[in-house]
Design a protein around this ligand. Structure first.
Ligand SMILES: O=c1ccn([C@@H]2O[C@H](COP(=O)(O)OP(=O)(O)O)[C@@H](O)[C@H]2O)c(=O)[nH]1
Ligand SMILES: O=C(O)[C@@H](COP(=O)(O)O)O[C@H]1O[C@H](CO)[C@@H](O)[C@H](O)[C@H]1O
Length: 343
């Protein structure tokens, strides 16, 4: 495999044969399939698209419209579009409904459970409130979403019974204040997730975008794994699935380009802490590393503002404690059918 090598004594660097084989065997492109081909491949299986959305009124409508017109009306590939309104304070729910999506408030699903905040919670509730045999997750803050995202993610699942879970990958420009850095996006991926996964789960090092927010899976597999309720959900999935189902059950698809609304560096600092705590939780769970002292979960950050702590900064404290939902299949007496109708 051709690779550019950097670092000292780089001559003898190489990914493992397993990764090389996986990259060849389990990587594809969105245009490897057409919607019509995948409709024919459904053979009675159903597809749900779940969009977690917190304050995404500017972008969620176009994403829903694109899916509805192209993949519901033109080609019946998608059977259900659900937007999970994740404590939005804007018109996300109204915009999504007007575009043709079903909309559910995050806390309306399984209301007997104590509510949790976070992206992973929105995804887990979306899984519970839908019924498709295959479930596609798409972020609600994408600027240049195309139907190809959904087609590409479903391709391996509808045509290869050996694949359980598919991650998208793409070029990720960082667009900020009118300036574009061609591959500057995915800052937490490059600075946190990729180095840690390469250290502790090198079998996952072939994933181009391990934190990609666009991915899809078989319901029976998705309902059999826990969901970290915050931004640790993606990295938790990858680790749990490679440990349970093995690398060859996972695949990735080139979706081209992805631009989205970017969070502040401090927000990504909180996201990074959540992802690190998720990885440390899995290191312990899978016996790969035991810490004699558990990590602290209170993150202190400092930002411009009223001096509150002896320095000319505002002290901002965030509790990063890891919470996770159990596999949906373990909820006694509950099924994914009709949960949205739960009073
Ligand atoms: O508590 C949350 C946090 C995020 N999101 C949604 O999850 C997706 C990805 O989140 P975000 O854009 O904040 O992450 P980023 O893409 O910046 O890493 C977006 O559609 C958010 O609206 C959500 O539904 N609930
Ligand atoms: O990949 C990343 O580093 C972060 C931040 O992306 P940017 O630096 O704002 O492009 O975004 C991803 O990570 C989140 C945590 O896994 C996912 O929930 C997001 O969907 C994904 O966009």
């Amino acid at each position: 495999m051709h690779a550019t090598r950097t670092g000292v004594d780089s001559a003898d660097l190489a990914v493992s044969a397993e990764i090389g084989t996986w990259l060849e065997r389990r990587s594809s492109r969105a245009d490897d399939w057409t919607a019509a081909e995948l409709v024919a491949a459904k053979r009675g299986r159903t597809v749900s698209v779940v969009i977690p959305a917190r304050d995404e009124e500017e972008t969620v409508g176009e994403i829903v419209r694109t899916i509805r017109t192209t993949l519901v009306e033109d080609e019946p590939l998608v059977d259900e579009i659900l937007v999970v309104d994740s404590h939005s304070e804007d018109a996300t729910a109204e915009v999504a409904a007007a575009a043709g999506a079903a909309v559910v408030a995050q806390d309306e699903v399984l209301p007997s459970l104590p509510g949790r905040r976070g992206k992973g919670e929105a995804l887990w509730k979306g899984l519970a409130a839908t019924t498709g045999d295959l479930v596609v997750f798409v972020d609600g803050d994408l600027y240049d979403f195309t139907a190809g995202y959904v087609i590409g993610l479903l391709g391996p699942l509808l045509t290869d019974s050996g694949v359980d879970y598919v991650k998208g990958f793409y070029h990720r420009p960082l667009v900020a204040a009118g300036h574009t850095e061609a591959d500057g996006g995915g800052r937490v991926t490059e600075l946190v997730a990729r180095p840690l996964l390469n250290m502790f789960w090198p079998e996952l090092s072939g994933f181009v975008q391990p934190l990609a927010g666009e991915y899809a899976g078989r319901r029976e597999v998705l309902e059999a794994i826990p969901f970290v309720t915050n931004y640790g959900v993606e990295v938790g999935h990858l680790i749990d699935l490679v440990e349970w189902r093995g690398l060859d059950s996972l695949a990735q698809v080139d979706l081209g380009m992805r631009t989205h609304r970017h969070q502040t560096t401090q927000a990504l600092g909180r996201m990074s802490g959540q992802i690190m705590l998720t990885i440390m939780d899995r290191l312990k769970a899978y016996g790969r590393l035991t810490l004699s002292v558990p990590p602290a979960t209170l993150l202190a950050q400092f930002r411009r503002g009223d001096a509150t702590c002896g320095v000319e900064r505002e002290l901002v404290l965030t509790d990063l404690t890891l919470h996770q939902r159990p596999p949906l299949a373990t909820l006694s007496g509950e099924t994914s059918d009709g949960l949205r109708d739960t009073a």
